[in-house]
Design a protein around this ligand. Sequence first.
Ligand code: FES
Length: 115
Amino acid sequence: MNEKKTTSVCVVRGGADEKPYEENFEVPFEDGASVLDALTWIRSHKDSSLAFRYSCVSANACKECMVLVNDKVDYACTARLDPDGVKVGPLKNKRLIRDLVTDIVPPKERISDPN
Ligand code: FES
């Protein structure tokens, strides 16, 4: 019997003015799959409102996918999914926009002050 493997992804969610909450998703698991693979699967199959950012995918060039993976700063596109589950949250030292999206633009590159 060919049983499909799954793993759980706990995502810390919420908006800038909301109390953060954790939401658990059961996602397909394959060896070598990235945390970003799981997030895109969640957005496609479970909740299209899940906010996260990425651009280059595995080139380590854009740094847009930077999040906390099990409470450590990591790139979602290169961090591997764990068969025992993983927790993903927004960066803590950046202004939260929504869910996993934080304001990562360096102050000198900002066109105008967001406040
Ligand atoms: S998507 Fe660019 S570093 Fe991860």
